[in-house]
Design a protein around this ligand. Structure first.
Ligand code: SMG
Ligand code: MG
Length: 371
């Protein structure tokens, strides 16, 4: 079997509500789906989790498409008939960085390969459960209204989510956390600052310990390893890293140095599901819990993330929410929360496909790339 071509599909899908973080507001998701097709007619899918602008990281939709077209495609030529997903990952190492672009193309190839073998991604990665616990990430209301925040959180609690993550930034932390904690005294609650604080905010963040939080995610800039060590020492609430962790080495270093004690794993941030699994393995060896992050994926990326979240070290609920948290209409059959959980897909590969009419209606641009 040989991969013959890739098609990049670019879709615009409005979010059900704006998603505001410390680095900006997303209203319409600029979705990039990569489809790999083999000479025996199997299509596999990967989602490129870039945003439309370089806010979360330096990657964004336009540059990911450029890197895929002009740099990754040529690099993948020599492995187009490989039956070794690790060789595919190695071939992409000639390109520095750009993990989201790499993850999209390599997941599409892995999906073809697994579909041909009739094996699900969950089985391949080592899933240990059939359902995963789900949390939800709650943005900063555009109005900065605590009443609006409580209404949104209340809706999610009623739907059954097993933990709530609040986006925070200086000026939007103590009061919203206090209000949510007062309204739901026992719900597992955590924060995500997306790098918005400074080392000098350590005692301020430590004052949030009173709210019995599961963790603080990425309080400081991604390169500030020592700052995160200081933050971990200052706060009783565990520190979890997201943007800082790009590889097995950075995960291991962060855990060994005490910069964090928990890791948010996003395949798009680390370049591949293989690396995501390796970070899970090293964290497990070090006794550190991990959980599955999210990037507002459609059902394509969500299916793969749910499979990853079924590995045994994923002991905290992930940002693996139901389709309706993001989209009125998903590209795949919707993921529907059942008792605070999502089922791990069991079909071959990622186990889901785009619905052709939905894909057609939402596509704003596509291109074919022969390998
Ligand atoms: O997929 O539910 C989701 C989004 C989860 O908060 C989320 N992601 O830093 O963890 C994070 C953010 C990154 C995306 S912000 C647009
Ligand atoms: Mg985060």
């Amino acid at each position: 079997m040989r991969i013959e071509r890739f098609r990049i599909h670019r879709l615009n899908i409005p979010l059900v509500r704006p998603f505001r973080t410390s680095f900006g507001t997303e209203r319409v998701r600029d979705v990039i789906l990569v489809e790999a097709t083999s000479d025996n007619g199997i299509s596999g899918w990967g989602e490129c989790v870039t945003m439309s602008w370089p806010g979360y990281s330096y990657e964004y939709g336009d540059n990911a498409i450029d890197v895929m077209t002009h740099h990754l495609l040529p690099a993948l030529r020599e492995v187009s008939d490989s039956d070794d997903p690790f060789a595919v990952r190695a071939a992409m190492e000639v390109v520095a960085g750009h993990p989201m672009a790499k993850n999209a193309m390599s997941t599409a190839m892995l999906d073809v390969w697994l579909r041909e073998r009739g094996e699900s991604l969950g089985e391949y990665l080592g899933a240990a459960r059939t359902h995963v616990d789900c949390g939800v990430s709650v943005g900063i209301p555009v109005t900065e209204s605590i009443g609006e925040l409580l209404a949104e959180v209340g809706g999610y609690v009623d739907e059954g989510y097993r933990r709530i993550k609040l986006k925070i930034q200086p000026g939007w932390d103590i009061e919203p956390i206090r209000a949510v904690r007062q309204a739901w005294p026992t719900i597992p609650l955590q924060t995500d600052a997306n790098q918005a604080y400074e080392r000098s905010d350590a005692s301020h963040l430590a004052s949030l310990d009173q709210f019995d939080l599961l963790l603080h995610e990425q309080p400081l800039e991604q390169d500030d390893w020592y700052g995160h060590v200081l933050m971990s020492q200052a706060c009783q609430t565990p520190i979890c890293l997201d943007e800082s962790i790009h590889s097995v080495m950075s995960a291991d270093s962060a855990l060994q140095f005490g910069a964090c004690s928990i890791i948010n794993i996003k395949p798009g941030r680390v370049g591949s599901y293989l690396t995501a699994k390796e970070i899970h393995d090293v964290s497990r060896d070090r006794g550190a819990p991990v959980w599955a992050g999210g990037m507002l994926e459609t059902g394509i990326g969500r299916a793969a993330n749910v499979a990853l979240a079924a590995l045994p070290g994923f002991t905290l609920p992930g940002d693996t929410s139901g389709s309706n948290r993001y989209y009125e209409v998903d590209v795949t059959e919707p993921f529907v929360l059942q008792d605070g959980q999502l089922p791990v897909p069991t079909g071959p590969g990622i186990g889901v496909d785009p619905i052709p009419e939905v894909l057609r209606d939402m596509t704003v641009w596509s291109t074919d790339l022969s390998i």
